[in-house]
Design a protein around this ligand. Structure first.
Ligand SMILES: Nc1ncnc2c1ncn2[C@@H]1O[C@H](COP(=O)(O)OP(=O)(O)OP(=O)(O)O)[C@@H](O)[C@H]1O
Length: 354
């Protein structure tokens, strides 16, 4: 095991009476793309600000490359930050903006210009050196901000909602570019967003935050397929959620009784355990020829055409708390008001803790 590049140790942070980070520990590996994902107010920006040195935590430590940086000011630590509004100097040329950090370090003008040109080439803006920020599009300004942050060769690049100001199409396009640039430079990126699609598209490591805590973390594929908590199952993608009780356990199989039905799942929990269960929309089958886990019948309330598939919402007829969210082929004919049997395979039922 190599040492982590960033080691956040039991960080708690309070603004006045409000505790916005609660005992957060997190390790960041060199060369990784980490996404801090969570709803507004969950503490993502505060954690990023602590990493960047803009906020000192009330408790806990931040180590970067093994060194305690907890109270080191922003300019003296090996991090740079890209802000949502880019914070470019409007009167300065693009080249001047990108070279600014090097100027602060006392690097001579010729070297500054050469390195700024290199950084601009890296983000695909080789010919923008002499322009002013206002002559560029939003997406281009975003790339200038990225070049400016990368030119000083930080150990960690911090990005706070970097695509937040862009329209959806450009946002998706810039996601692909960000990922490509990160792989090219090999710098560890830590990127804050509340957009779960962005998280899935970009992250090697996804950290799901809720109410000042880390709910779940891991590769996005794992977080999606096997979310650790109920919150994670609903924030990272959609799920149909149920609760039930374990009524029998035998040979690695548990029987769960839920209001919508009783079924067997792989597992070893003791009899009497209350469980929460989640099923992803693409794993639910609507109609009579379904999977082994039968979840009763549901009345369709909404069918939304989404291009390559239809999203179906339905209310269980047996369990008022069970709201079915399914994804069916675009050609399938299901109408609001239809009563459908709901099922899935045992292996697709996610057992949740927390
Ligand atoms: N400087 C501050 N002074 C007082 N309270 C603050 C300060 N900055 C943030 N907070 C509070 O801390 C909590 C967490 O805020 P934070 O910005 O870290 O959340 P977030 O997950 O990044 O949310 P968003 O996506 O809305 O930026 C919020 O309740 C916020 O109001």
């Amino acid at each position: 095991m190599t040492a982590p590049l960033v080691d956040i140790r039991t960080v708690t942070h309070r603004f006045g009476q409000q505790t916005v980070l609660k005992n957060v520990s997190l390790k960041i590996e060199p060369g990784s793309y980490t996404i801090l994902l969570g709803p507004s107010g969950s503490g993502k920006t505060t954690l990023l600000s602590i990493l960047g040195g803009f906020v000192s935590p009330s408790e806990g430590k931040v180590l970067i490359r093994g060194e305690d940086c907890t109270t080191v000011p922003p300019a003296k630590r090996p991090t740079t930050t890209v802000f949502q509004d880019y914070a470019l100097f409007p009167h300065m040329s693009v080249g001047g903006n990108v070279g600014f950090g090097l100027r602060m370090q006392g690097v001579d003008a010729a070297t500054r210009a050469a390195r700024a040109r290199e950084a601009l080439a890296l983000v695909g803006l080789a010919d923008a050196f002499d322009k002013k920020p206002h002559q560029l599009s939003g997406g281009q300004r975003q790339r200038v901000a990225l070049a400016r942050a990368l030119v000083v060769e930080p150990a960690v690049l911090l990005l706070d909602e970097p695509l937040g100001a862009l329209d959806l199409k450009l946002r998706r396009q810039m996601q692909d570019e960000l990922k490509a640039i990160q792989k090219r430079v090999g710098t560890a990126f830590i990127h804050v967003t509340h957009d779960q699609e962005e998280a899935m598209a970009l992250a090697d490591h996804c950290v799901v935050m809720n109410d000042g805590r880390i709910e779940d973390e891991g590769p996005p594929e794992r977080v999606y397929a096997r979310p650790a908590t109920r919150f994670s199952a609903t924030f990272m993608g959609e799920s149909t959620l149920m609760s039930g009780t374990v009524t029998a356990v035998k040979d690695g199989t548990i029987t769960v009784a839920a209001q919508a039905g009783s079924f067997s799942l792989p597992g070893t929990l003791p009899t009497g355990t209350a469980v929460a269960l989640a099923v992803r929309p693409e794993h639910l089958v609507l109609g009579p020829d379904g999977g082994a886990v039968r979840l009763g019948t549901a009345k369709v309330s909404d069918v939304v055409f989404q291009g390559s598939f239809k999203r179906v919402l339905a209310a269980s007829e047996q369990d008022p708390a069970l709201h079915v969210i399914a994804r069916i082929p675009a050609a399938a004919t299901v109408q609001p008001g239809d009563i459908v049997a709901v099922s899935c395979e045992a292996g697709d039922v996610i057992l949740l803790t927390g």
